[in-house]
Design a protein around this ligand. Sequence first.
Ligand SMILES: *[C@@H]1O[C@H](CO)[C@@H](O)[C@H](O)[C@H]1NC(C)=O
Ligand SMILES: *[C@@H]1O[C@H](CO)[C@@H](O)[C@H](O)[C@H]1NC(C)=O
Ligand SMILES: *[C@@H]1O[C@H](CO)[C@@H](O)[C@H](O)[C@H]1NC(C)=O
Ligand SMILES: *[C@@H]1O[C@H](CO)[C@@H](O)[C@H](O)[C@H]1NC(C)=O
Ligand SMILES: *[C@@H]1O[C@H](CO)[C@@H](O)[C@H](O)[C@H]1NC(C)=O
Ligand SMILES: *[C@@H]1O[C@H](CO)[C@@H](O)[C@H](O)[C@H]1NC(C)=O
Ligand SMILES: [Fe+2]
Length: 619
Amino acid sequence: MEERSSYLKFFRVVVLFLLGLRTSSAFCVVGSTDEQPLSKIAMHKVTLGLRESVTIRASPVVLGLQGEDTEWVTVNIVNPDPSEDDWVAVFSPANFNASTCSPVNDEDQTPYLCSSPIKYKYANSSRTYTKTGKASLKFQLINQRADFSFALFSGGLSNPKLVAESNFISFANPKAPLYPRLAQGKSWNEMTVTWTSGYSIDEAVPFVEWGKGETQTQSPAGTLTIDQNSMCGSPARTVGWRDPGFIHTSFLINLWPNSVYTYRIGHVLSNGSYVWSKSYSFKSSPYPGQDSLQRVIVFGDMGKAERDGSNEYSDYQPGALNTTDQLIKDLKNIDIVFHIGDLSYANGYISQWDQFTSQVEPIASTVPYMVASGNHERDWPNSGSFYENMDSGGECGVLAETMFYFPAENRAKFWYSTDYGMFHFCIADSEHDWREGTEQYKFIEHCLASADRRKQPWLIFAAHRVLGYSSNSWYAQEGSFEEPMGRESLQKLWQKYRVDIAFYGHVHNYERTCPIYQNQCVNSDKSHYSGTVKGTIHVVVGGGGSHLSEFTTAIPNWSIYRDYDWGFVKLTAFNRSSLLFEYKKSRDGKVHDSFTISREYKDVLACVHDSCEPTTLAS
Ligand SMILES: *[C@@H]1O[C@H](CO)[C@@H](O)[C@H](O)[C@H]1NC(C)=O
Ligand SMILES: *[C@@H]1O[C@H](CO)[C@@H](O)[C@H](O)[C@H]1NC(C)=O
Ligand SMILES: *[C@@H]1O[C@H](CO)[C@@H](O)[C@H](O)[C@H]1NC(C)=O
Ligand SMILES: *[C@@H]1O[C@H](CO)[C@@H](O)[C@H](O)[C@H]1NC(C)=O
Ligand SMILES: *[C@@H]1O[C@H](CO)[C@@H](O)[C@H](O)[C@H]1NC(C)=O
Ligand SMILES: *[C@@H]1O[C@H](CO)[C@@H](O)[C@H](O)[C@H]1NC(C)=O
Ligand SMILES: [Fe+2]
């Protein structure tokens, strides 16, 4: 039996390894840094060993009495028999007894406990614990629509034995509407507000109260929810499942351009009383083509981390909080944000989406937070994703497509266009086929073609995986310097429609190319482009937070700047003829690479290699 199960395990490892190769899961680093911390807990091995002599108490018992959505709690432990690998799990809902959930049809997933904790800490993070058996741990909790309890386990993460359970604690209103996130709607004069609450539509009617100055109006919101059966596999469908609550979206329409609006979220209960969120404000989008100072942030692969140090998250997405904090610090100088895939890295541990939306709330409630889909949102075997790996942990796109609004025609096909003044953005979905002849290819061509370059000179393409150029070591080993089949069919579109900059994530570092076409630099300038640029500049900006990706040692001749660090890009359009590009590090917020483009409309029109239709000599 023992032998058989270790053989099975070995077999599974081999299969996963082969799967990984076949599906080009390029960044499977061996070791702990590339693993969702919650997946390190061997949930199926949990045993019960409750001991009377061990106590664990949490306080305060009621959180958010002043309406807060985030609170610090203290957990005190007394254990006469402490051990170095004792750890404390935070459960929500508080009742985590497996007898309350139905068994799941998967040999690995018949746990004593039915759901994974939302986070954990080693008891020895309280210094004297192993000597005295006494620990006092601080946890930061966010309102996640359910109560909380804390449990002490011995045996480390790999052989967890439940030793003690705490009292239950709860937010005063666990259902409170929270974590508003803005996104551009389908037209320029529409802003969408998406938020999460515990109120079903039978219980309360969701809406947004908003306006410019004194006059406030109310707009209704739609409500979506997700059930466990819509998850594609484990852990999302099993131990990682947690009710994501109700996701509401309201469409604020007929906005005046470039105007400041205030808003707050409300729910009317059936007895007529109101529940309100805090008040927020945003600035509406300029009219497409309208000229004003316009500032755009782009990054990928940020993920999340816990400010209380839980979960060793600092090893999983070490740069996430620095990036978040730099953006918050500069928020008044930012108009719109693009997070181009690999958003929360929940990987099937659904609780993490609340924590991610909470982390980005200061940004996303103030400026449109536009997202793209990455492998960690979408990929799952036999689910229609272009790559057949398990990177989404069974979410198969459902969480990302519901938690965030984006102006796609069909949110399961994660591609869309959006305008911001002098910018036109075409956001592609690298987890679905983009090659010539596909639906997405048609969309990309149509999107690029629909920018009127006289009014919208700054044409930007973005996708999660590197469809253009990267000298990351894995792509270099492949010899392709891109995702297989990445630019093959797209490069003629970028050239024909004169895309200025193409952005990618997935590779966790920063790299900028020369203006390039078919592998050749077509412009020898490095920091100031004036007149016709002649090719597209490709930028990898996947250093939003996740562990870094190595470059290959040889530097390709098209690679102008590489940085093995966390950071993000800021684009500033001063007017139709002047664009500033800056790469900033997340650790200091300072500019470490930059260039400018200065040109006029005639420079955009000028014919360069493969960019113009044939002309006729007839007059
Ligand atoms: C606490 O315990 C963990 C797991 O056994 C260990 O890796 C870590 O080094 C310990 N930390 C301290 C501060 O003793
Ligand atoms: C879980 O529930 C079962 C059955 O109701 C009970 O026997 C068991 O003691 C409970 N375990 C815990 C840890 O509460
Ligand atoms: C309406 O119901 C809510 C929730 O049950 C309660 O907290 C509130 O006091 C009630 N308001 C009135 C006016 O009865
Ligand atoms: C850069 O490298 C490419 C591919 O190796 C080669 O075709 C091209 O001529 C080189 N360009 C320059 C300017 O060296
Ligand atoms: C555009 O902005 C740049 C940078 O501020 C400035 O130097 C230039 O004069 C402006 N051009 C026009 C046409 O306004
Ligand atoms: C985050 O920023 C701080 C302050 O600059 C720096 O000390 C720390 O190393 C940064 N962390 C990472 C992972 O870059
Ligand atoms: Fe990725």
